[in-house]
Design a binder for this molecule. Sequence first.
Ligand SMILES: Cc1cc2nc3c(=O)[nH]c(=O)nc-3n(C[C@H](O)[C@H](O)[C@H](O)COP(=O)(O)OP(=O)(O)OC[C@H]3O[C@@H](n4cnc5c(N)ncnc54)[C@H](O)[C@@H]3O)c2cc1C
Ligand code: SF4
Length: 560
Amino acid sequence: MPDTTPQFDFDFIVIGSGFGGSVSALRLAEKGYRVAVMEMGRRWTPKNLPPSSWYLHRWFWEPALALRGFFRMRYFRHVTILHGCAVGGGSITYACTLLRPADQIWDNGSWAGLADWKREMPQHYDTASRMLGIIENRILGPADKLLQRAADAAGVGQTFYRTQVAIFEPAHGQPGGVTVPDPYFGGEGPERTTCSGCGGCMMGCRHGAKNTLDLNYLFLAEKRGAQIFAETKVIDVRPLDGAGDGSRGYEVRTICSTARFAQRPRRFTCRGVVFAASSLGTMELLFHLKDRGSLPAISEQLGRYVRTNSESLIGVRVPRSAEDLSKGVAIGSGVYIDEHTHIEAVRYPEGSNAMSFLATILTGGRPGPGRVGLWLRNLCGSLLRHPLKTLRLLMPYRWARECVILLCMQALNNHIDMQWKRHVYWPFRKLLVSRGQRVPTFIPAANEFAQKFAAIAGGTAMSMLPEILFDVPGTAHCLGGAVIAGSPERGVVDARHRVFGYWNMYVCDGSVVAANLGVNPSLTITALAERAMSFIPPASETAWKDHGEIASPSSLRSQT
Ligand SMILES: Cc1cc2nc3c(=O)[nH]c(=O)nc-3n(C[C@H](O)[C@H](O)[C@H](O)COP(=O)(O)OP(=O)(O)OC[C@H]3O[C@@H](n4cnc5c(N)ncnc54)[C@H](O)[C@@H]3O)c2cc1C
Ligand code: SF4
C-alpha cells in the first residue's frame, strides 16, 4: 500500500538544483511524488543576467559581500574550486561542453565491480544527451581555427575535434537569434532562440540559446508539480520521531540565503531526501550535519577521494587582433597534445575584460618560490625592454576580443581529501580544509603548446597569476567526497546512490563520482542521476523502505 501520508509537507526534498538535483526533481515528480527543490542560488533569466564580467555583483556569489550572482570561487590550500550557485546549479555558468568519458573509468575507483556499468550506462548517457540537447558544435570561431592551426603545427592536427555542446545552434548557413517554439520536448518545453556565437555562455546566456537546466529538466519538473524554493539554503536535515535511521521521515530546516539580517528560518518535513548540492556543497552540508549530531551515522569516508582534475589555465593574447577572438561558443573545440593532456579553446564575450587582472606573461619553472622569482625576473625584463608592449599585454581594454584561454586537463589519478576542522587562520568554527598531495599547477607540455599557438597567432603566451603566486591550481570540476562504494568502510553511498545508515536518503551529484573522468563531468553526473532515479519505484508502489545496502559485488550485479 502506498504510504504518502499527508502529514509530510513533501514526499521528497531535493537539496540543490544542478545536474543531479534537476534530474531527481523531474524523475521523482514523473513517478507521482510530491517534490520540493531547495536551492540557495537565485533564478536567472535573460533579463537579469549580467552583460559582462564587470557586473561583479550579478556574476559572483558571496552574499555576505552583497554579491548575489551565480558563480563562486572557494579557496583551499590545495585547490581553488570554481562552481555555480543558481536555480539550475552550474548549468547557468558552465561552458556546456558535454563529453562521454572512456569506458575504463568504470574499472577504477571504489565503484568498480559494483554494477555492470559498461552495459547499463550507455542508455542513461543517451537519455541525458537527449534531455540536454547535445550536438556537435557547428560554430567555429577564430579562436577555434587558431587552435586547429596550432595543433597542425604541433603535429597533433588529427586530434582536433569540435566539442559536443548543449546549445540550440542554427542549421549550417542559417542566422542566429531566431526564436522558435520548443524544439526539444514536442512542444512541452519553452520557446528557444538560436545561438548567435557571442561567446558569452559562461556569463549566462542572455539569448535563450544555451540548454540550461531551467529550460529542460527543471522546466518540466515544475510542470509536473515540483516546487522550487530559490534563495533557500538548507542548514539542517534530521530524522523525525526519534527514529535515528530516518525510517519515519526527515525534518529539513532552511534559511533565506540572500537575506542579510532576517534569515526567515523555515521547517519542512518529508519522507525522503536527495542531497544534490554538488561535490563541495554536499560534503560541506553532510560534514556539518554529522558533526552537529543530526546525521551521525554518515560514513567516516565522507571527504575522501576528492578529485580535482589536473587543470591549468594558460592563454594567448593577440594585441590588435584583426579578428574578434571572443566570437564562437565558450568552448568550441579541443585537441589532445599527448595521451594524457587535453586542451580546449575557451573564451569570454566581448566586454568581459575583468579576468585580465588574473593574467600575466607566460612563466615556466618549478612550482614554488623559484617560479615566483622567475616570473618577477621575466616581468621586469619585459617591462624594461618593451614597456609599452608589456603594459598593453596586461591591460583590460579589449582583453576578451584579443584573448584565447587554453584550458588544459590531464587525466591523471590525483586526489585530495577534505576534512571538517577548525582552520589555523579561522579557529572560531569548523570549516572544510583540504589535505593530501598537491596537484601540479605547471604543465610543461601545455606551456610549450601555448608558445606554438602564440607564434601562429602573432600574439604572446600568458600564464594565470594565482597559479604562479600561490602554487594552487584552479578547477571547475571538483568531484567525489561522498563516493559510491560497496560498504561504508569504502564510501558514503551504495551503487544506487543510497546513503549508508539511513532510509530513503540519496546523493545525486558530482560527489558520488569515484574515478577521474578525464573529461568535463556534467554529462556523467546527469547520466548517473538518471540511473539512480530509475531504481526508485513509482509513488503508488513505494513502501518507503529503501536504504544503503552493503553488498558483495556479485549480489549487486545480479540485482541490476
Ligand atoms: C565556469 C565553469 C564552467 C564549467 N564548464 C563546464 C563544461 O563545459 N562542461 C561540464 O561538464 N562541466 C562544466 N563545469 C562544471 C559543472 O558546472 C559541474 O560539474 C556541475 O554543475 C556539477 O553538477 P552537480 O549536480 O554536482 O551540482 P551543481 O550543478 O553545482 O549544483 C549544486 C547546487 O546546489 C546548491 N546548493 C549547495 N549547497 C546548498 C544548500 N545547503 N542548500 C541549498 N542549495 C545548495 C548550489 O547553489 C548549486 O546550485 C563548469 C563549471 C564552471 C564553474
Ligand atoms: S554563444 Fe552566446 S548565444 Fe550562443 S549559447 Fe553561448 S551565450 Fe548563448
